[in-house]
Ligand binder design. Sequence first.
Ligand code: ARG
Length: 430
Amino acid sequence: MKLWSKGFEPDKMIEEFTVGADRELDLRLARYDVQGSMAHIRMLESIGLLTSEELEVLLKGLGEIAETIERGEFDIEPGIEDVHSQVEFMLTARLGDVGKKIHSGRSRNDQVLVDLKLFMRDELKNIAEAAARLFDTLIELSDRHKDVLMPGYTHLQVAMPSSFGLWFGAYAESLADDMEMLAAAYAVANQNPLGSAAGYGSSFPLDRTMTTRLLGFADLHYNVVAAQMSRGKTERASSMAIASIASTLGHLAMDVCMWMCQNFAFVSFPDELTTGSSIMPHKKNPDVFEIMRGKCNRLQAVPNEIALLTANLPLGYNRDLQLLKDIIFPATTEMVRCLDMASFMLRQMRVREDIIDDPRYDYLFTVEEVNRLVLSGLPFREAYRKVGAEVQDGTYRPVRAVSHTHEGSIGNLCNDRIAAKFNAILARIK
Ligand code: ARG
């Protein structure tokens, strides 16, 4: 049975092909669909399209459906296309003719838009919270290990002293940049499209300001065509923010994989967090961070997938848009999962404290030596030549100590200021 039934049933193959994964994916939209309907009917009552008695009955019916959803007992039955149809059918089955009144002045195009805005708002919040948990972990570890030196590399060649304080803090501050993207995506999602109907508005005097307030949106998508155009745009902005976080996290995962390698052996994990080999009895592999790296790389492809799916679509609703759900739903879930896994693993990571005692890192300290000479009065280029000559003739002896004091350096990480920056952005995603 279809909402749009005209006395014939479509071919089974056509039905399967067009409904696709909607019956499963739409379950994630169900609570938002009911929320949107509640706001819509309150507004219909306020403009005289429902009596207050009808509103009460309908709100009660929708409330019961909401409870079914929260109990995890809501299902989209075979033969019913999507969540919007399911809710209307349930309501009509329970309440009779009054259930048929809720669709005045709206369309499923409108419903799915508002559902997705509400859904994306919550998903972006979930991602922001997971990112905040990782951020806090990174800052805590940065503070804890601020005195543990490690080699810094350029060109993957031993370069200058770095520290675990710097390393953890670097990813924390990098996440703050990603949060800017997330806050921007959140602002795009946080606008009310309801009232665009099929995409061109309605001849009913809909009170869109009222539904905006009822649904807690920051503002309206005023132009009804722009509201419809926001399908795809919201997902694209969100996927770009996700890709940005994924790029940071993928980079971190790569560092950990490399540092777990015996040739580095900078970090290690309890055995139960590593994985083995079916042939080599000695193996303790970093599969967690490899899977994380792979997932994060895939997440960076999502904006492209969305761009290709939506490129040059004609204005207005097109069914292609349905496929956005297949792309963005798993992406938000994977992002949260990767962020939480990173927090979990890093909290148990063991850091080697004597890395730089190894003679292979002697040359890390050449610039420190040059700077000491400069401070004692030698021009930089002369100091550089002097230390260079010592390295060349084998007389250079490192002093394994650093005294970096400027903002953001080994000795002055400014983690409190990084945290203030991060938290100010996080506060916009509420
Ligand atoms: N499942 C559809 C989607 O996600 C719902 C909107 C259907 N609208 C339509 N005109 N067929 O886009």
